[in-house]
Ligand binder design. Structure first.
Ligand code: SF4
Length: 328
């Protein structure tokens, strides 16, 4: 496909993320100004066959055809979009199909180079099916997106051991989930067998090493200004984690800034939080009363790791004969 690389593809196909503080790691600026539209397969089909109403065009504010992601929930939909990807398609978001052996046999074929983002809903129960993605990942880029619900660590461990990129979706994690996130972070930081990125750890660590990272909302692809999920055929947009959001049905592009401003004005925890530049109130949504004690410990662990990397790099600078790939 001749489209510019999408954000998550860009990240995991990008340069080393922590050794070069002025490098290319983290989320790039959306200089093209084109938001990414997420469309259910049915409405994307409709748009595809009716060019006068390109859904991507609608979602990008009528500024022309924009990049888009198609959400597929059935084997037939997966087949159709893998076999005949139109221009503008960035990847397929695959939901509810991990248990379908035949779907993955199909996706492992050399039909096209469309990447897949495989969404898990119950990672503690689904994790053993991740083996099905090994052959698929030989044919195309594959990422697994894992909600941080109790039991998710088994899925993260297996996906990481299989070399799959991971997007951990924390939401507002419970105390139990925080414990598993700490274990997942330990895995990401210290297990030499983990080579593919584990987000959001990956980009936040890069940010702590000086790379531009945007915000946690963007790292996790939940900022409605950039990642636009259509709620219905009328083009209404859905807020991230909207099923739990009590007070807003649509997603104005400045929702992240507006939410953070409300929190700071109200004197919430974010007002004095040192992680605000990268977090931007992510963990206070949708419940502004959520306590960030646990997630702040995760940030501190990442900060300590970034410091250790800096010390290692400084030590290497002082050693004659160490350069390039010899450096950590
Ligand atoms: S970690 Fe919590 S308190 Fe800090 S900026 Fe994020 S949401 Fe606000």
């Amino acid at each position: 496909m001749d489209q510019p690389p999408s954000l998550w593809r860009w990240r995991f196909m990008g340069q080393p993320m922590v050794s070069n503080p002025t490098g290319d790691a983290g989320v790039p600026e959306e200089s093209a100004g084109q938001p990414l539209a997420f469309l259910p397969a049915a409405s994307a089909d409709e748009a595809r066959f009716r060019p006068s109403r390109m859904a991507a065009e609608t979602a990008s504010g009528g500024q022309g055809k924009g990049p888009f992601v198609v959400i597929v929930r059935g084997r037939d939909e997966l087949t159709r979009w893998l076999c005949d990807p139109p221009a503008g398609l960035q990847w397929l978001q695959v939901e509810g199909l991990l248990g379908d052996r035949d779907a993955w046999a199909l996706a492992a074929q050399d039909l096209s180079d469309v990447p897949l983002d495989v969404m898990l809903s119950a990672p503690g129960a689904e994790f053993s099916n991740l083996y099905r993605l090994v052959e698929v990942s030989a044919a195309r880029e594959v990422r697994v997106s894992v909600p941080a619900v109790p039991g998710f660590l088994k899925a993260v461990r297996l996906a990481a051991s299989l070399g799959l990129s991971i997007r951990l979706l924390p939401g507002q994690p419970s105390a139990e989930a925080i414990q598993e996130m700490a274990a997942a972070l330990e895995l990401y930081l210290h297990d030499p067998a983990v080579e593919a990125p584990v987000e959001f750890f990956h980009s936040v660590l890069a940010w702590m090493r000086g790379a531009p990272a945007g915000s946690l909302w963007r790292i996790l692809e939940e900022d409605p200004a950039v990642f636009r999920h259509e709620e219905d055929a009328g083009g209404r947009l859905r807020l991230p984690r909207a099923a739990q959001a009590p007070w807003q049905e649509t997603a104005p592009p400045d929702v992240v800034q507006a939410q953070l401003a409300r929190l700071v004005t109200a004197g919430a925890e974010c007002a004095t939080c040192r992680w605000r530049p990268v977090c931007q109130g992510y963990f206070k949504w949708p419940d502004p009363g959520y306590s960030c004690q646990g997630v702040k410990r995760l940030f501190s662990t990442l900060e300590a790791a970034a410091g250790e990397i800096g010390q290692d790099l400084a030590g290497c600078e002082g050693q004659p004969g160490l350069s390039g790939s010899d450096k950590p």
